[in-house]
Design a protein around this ligand. Structure first.
Ligand SMILES: Cc1cc2nc3c(=O)[nH]c(=O)nc-3n(C[C@H](O)[C@H](O)[C@H](O)COP(=O)(O)OP(=O)(O)OC[C@H]3O[C@@H](n4cnc5c(N)ncnc54)[C@H](O)[C@@H]3O)c2cc1C
Length: 304
């Protein structure tokens, strides 16, 4: 119920107006978002890099509905890649296909992703593709299938809460071991499509970790859940791989001490660093995930 309410709010324009124009202080946003500009994100990643943690740069924004918005996002991502080259930071770039027009012009969207993947490759970085609401999952998988033939390092996020995900992964593996970021899933989805109970989502997540170590390549386990991270560590040992044989990914501002500890312990750790002014839906999803994030949010609202 708690999660549903906040995910509902993430999609409601009037609530958005109230929150973004209301008393919500920068404090809350700053906890989860690196800042408004690409320079802020570069600074945050430089800081992470000093602790041997890689970045995953994310320009906030999603659900673009016209071509000028998609073109703008494309140009903004090109600027990000230029800044990666100039600053020499260790980071990948994560994109949302709906930001690049997936919902209304698949061909141009694919063109943009190709350009970005090749620019990223040229500066020694790489591209990751976020997974969004269930309505876009099939199109995102189709785009990934085409693009990975040209860019084998492309990584795709898949969601453990979706009932279909094991079948999707088997389908991807029929051609080549997929390079995947495994997440629980952050959107509000109906029970016909997605598991709702934590125990069910965790069970599928564990199954998919084992699947990735067996049939995937270079798995990325994106979770703050210690039990699941430990499950991945055991799967790595069983598969004969060391601590560097997979990646642990977390979000900016969440479990920072654990991120640093894992990096000190010799694991490969990357942190997803969102930046930009379109932070509202992202922030609402983070609050929906965890009551403690809401307490932080309310304290900021009353100015403590
Ligand atoms: C790198 C990355 C990329 C992502 N990309 C996508 C994507 O493309 N598509 C998508 O749908 N979702 C994405 N997500 C979000 C994901 O789906 C989940 O919504 C999010 O990660 C929360 O799930 P969790 O696995 O951390 O587990 P949760 O069940 O939310 O948390 C598990 C446990 O982690 C600990 N924990 C969580 N938060 C905190 C905190 N603030 N402080 C202390 N302990 C905490 C607690 O012990 C908690 O019980 C991404 C997440 C990450 C980390």
């Amino acid at each position: 119920m708690f999660r549903e309410t906040w995910l509902w709010a993430s999609d409601k324009r009037r609530v958005q107006k109230f929150v973004t124009e209301g008393a919500l202080t920068r404090t809350v946003v700053q906890r989860f978002v690196a800042g408004d500009s690409v320079g802020d994100a570069v600074g945050a990643i430089q800081q992470l890099n000093t602790n041997d943690i890689g970045g995953i740069l994310d320009l906030l924004g999603e659900g673009v509905t016209e071509s000028t918005g998609a073109k703008q996002a494309f140009e903004d991502y090109l600027e990000c890649i230029k800044r990666i080259e100039e600053s020499g930071i260790d980071t990948t770039v994560s994109i949302k296909l709906t930001q690049l027009g997936l919902a209304f012009d698949k061909e141009t969207c694919l063109y943009y992703v190709r350009m970005l993947a090749s620019e990223a490759q040229a500066v020694g970085s790489g591209l990751e593709v976020d997974m969004e609401q269930s309505a876009y999952v099939s199109d995102t998988l189709d785009a990934f299938k085409v693009l990975r033939r040209e860019f084998p390092d492309l990584r795709l996020a898949v969601q453990a809460y979706l009932r279909r995900t094991p079948v999707d992964l088997d389908d991807l593996a029929a051609e080549a071991p997929p390079r995947v970021r495994l997440v629980k899933g952050a959107y509000s989805e109906p029970p016909q499509l997605a598991f709702q109970k934590k125990s069910e989502i965790d069970a599928q997540y564990r199954y998919l970790i084992d699947w990735l170590f067996e049939k995937g390549t270079d798995p990325a386990i994106a979770s703050h859940d210690s039990a699941l991270i430990e499950h991945a560590q055991r799967a790595a040992t069983r598969s004969g791989g060391g601590r560097k044989s997979f990646e642990i990914q977390m979000l900016y501002g969440i479990r920072r001490e654990l991120q640093e500890q894992l990096a000190r312990d010799g694991f490969r750790v990357s942190v997803y660093v969102p930046f930009g002014s379109a932070w509202y839906p992202y922030l609402m999803r983070r609050i929906a995930e965890r009551p403690a994030n809401l307490r932080f949010f309310m304290r900021a609202l009353v100015g403590n």
